[in-house]
Design a protein around this ligand. Structure first.
Ligand SMILES: Cc1cc2nc3c(=O)[nH]c(=O)nc-3n(C[C@H](O)[C@H](O)[C@H](O)COP(=O)(O)OP(=O)(O)OC[C@H]3O[C@@H](n4cnc5c(N)ncnc54)[C@H](O)[C@@H]3O)c2cc1C
Length: 400
């Protein structure tokens, strides 16, 4: 194909934009990454990396790096606050389906922290931090982006543009693409502590989803601490939920002890279930949270975003190098949007309902269904294929 600028622009150097940049650069495509932050963004969002994501990231080296930085967690429990452990799954059951039959707990900032130096080593990558994109214009044969930053206003031009600028994507808004869905009324609280819940609580494992009509929570072991994700009472102001008293109360309510918890990280997030009406406008493509956002119950959002980056960069590379016609790019949305709608938003929406169910009869039925799932090897296997995203990637043709 005819290339006017010999360059792809990527807006957002978060995990999805940075993975896309590495994959394109490794295929010989020059990229410019425009990131508004002045360094790796230290946020406490994704830590769960699913098996097929690691399989897909092996070729570029990111999987091996994450495994070396993360915690391998083959076990996962569904629990109830009153009744304790209901079912435990062992993901090694997937050993013939993936080279990584476990959830890896590795925070997203560690992935980005590995990617930036890798990108800087590559002669065909321009990684520009402190460059906030303020305007996007899409022409017939180019994308034009304007930025602000300490060095003043600048303009960049590329043959294609990938929006990896997250849930509030400026690119998505500039391209006039609807973000359809809803926002939950409650915020989600994330707290990290070095207190070792496993030795104290006894029968938990590293990944625990605990249902409760009032105070459901997720308890995850990550490399050097335990992370708790829990809903904030909608009547409590987010600022108040970040205060020591509220955080202590949340942890004491989870596992009472005589001393206060040492809370080493805390964050609060507004959470939505939304998907972009289209993933493409001309030469601009949405990927990751710019295209779809979801609640964190299941550890799927970033994984889905990385799958977008893998799919889109493979297509772009084939077109770039003349191995496929430009119509190859039309296949991105039909292959990727169904995973967002069904596997990511569908599954996380169902997970939240299960965790917070208030009707005692429905709750009892849910717990029975979990027990029945655990009792059947075949049902467990099917469930693990779905929750690990292997099944949805097979359905879409991204995995065999
Ligand atoms: C509490 C919580 C827990 C989660 N846990 C998991 C999990 O375990 N597993 C999982 O798969 N997912 C999880 N997620 C979802 C996951 O965090 C996101 O899906 C992921 O961050 C999306 O990556 P991204 O690169 O698309 O967007 P982001 O991480 O939001 O990155 C966007 C980047 O773009 C930059 N940017 C934004 N606007 C501009 C601009 N105008 N100009 C330049 N740069 C810009 C930002 O600074 C940022 O660096 C969780 C989410 C939450 C809230």
């Amino acid at each position: 194909m005819r290339l006017k600028h010999d360059r792809v622009l990527i807006v957002g150097g978060g995990p999805v934009g940075s993975v896309a940049a590495l994959l394109l650069a490794q295929r010989g495509i020059p990229v410019t990454v425009l990131e508004r932050a002045d360094d790796v963004v230290l946020d406490y969002r994704a830590s769960t990396i699913q098996p097929p994501t690691l399989d897909l990231l092996e070729e570029c080296g990111a999987a091996q790096a994450m495994v070396s930085m993360g915690l391998i967690c083959p076990l996962m429990q569904y629990r109830d606050r009153q009744q304790g452990k209901i079912v435990e799954f062992d993901m090694t059951m997937l050993k013939n389906d993936t080279r990584h039959p476990y959830r890896l707990q590795c925070e997203q900032f560690k992935l980005v922290g590995w990617l930036y130096p890798e990108l800087r080593k590559m002669p065909n990558v321009e990684l520009l931090l402190s460059h906030e994109v303020t305007k996007v214009t899409m022409g017939d044969d180019e994308a034009v982006v304007e930025t602000t930053g300490p060095l003043g206003p600048k303009t960049f031009k590329g043959d294609f543009l990938i929006a990896g600028d997250g849930g509030r994507s400026l690119v998505r808004k500039a391209l006039n693409i609807e973000f359809e869905g809803f926002t939950y009324p409650e915020h989600f609280l994330v707290a990290g502590t070095r207190y070792d819940f496993k030795t104290q609580m006894g029968d938990i494992c590293s990944v625990n989803y605990t249902a409760d009509p009032d105070n459901w929570y997720v308890l995850l072991e990550i490399p050097d601490m335990w992370r708790i994700v829990a809903p904030v009472d909608p009547n409590v102001e987010p600022d108040d939920a970040m205060q020591e008293a509220y955080l202590q109360n949340c942890l004491q309510n989870l596992w009472p002890r005589s001393e206060p918890y040492e809370i080493v990280v805390k964050a609060i997030y507004r959470v939505s279930q939304r998907v972009a009406q289209t993933y493409r406008r001309g030469r601009g493509f949405l990927a990751g949270d710019a295209a779809h956002i979801n609640n964190p119950l299941g550890g799927l959002g970033l994984n889905g975003g990385i799958h977008d980056a893998v799919n889109l960069t493979q297509r772009l590379a084939r077109v770039w190098h003349g191995e496929a016609p430009e119509s190859e790019l039309d296949g991105y949305e039909p292959q990727r949007k169904p995973e967002a709608v069904q596997a990511i938003l569908g599954q996380t929406g169902r997970n939240k309902k299960l965790m917070e169910e208030r009707d005692p009869e429905v709750r009892a039925r849910n717990l029975d269904a979990w027990r029945a799932l655990g009792a059947s090897r075949e049902a467990t296997y099917t469930h693990l294929l779905e929750t690990s995203m292997i099944a949805s990637l097979r359905r879409s043709g991204m995995l065999r």
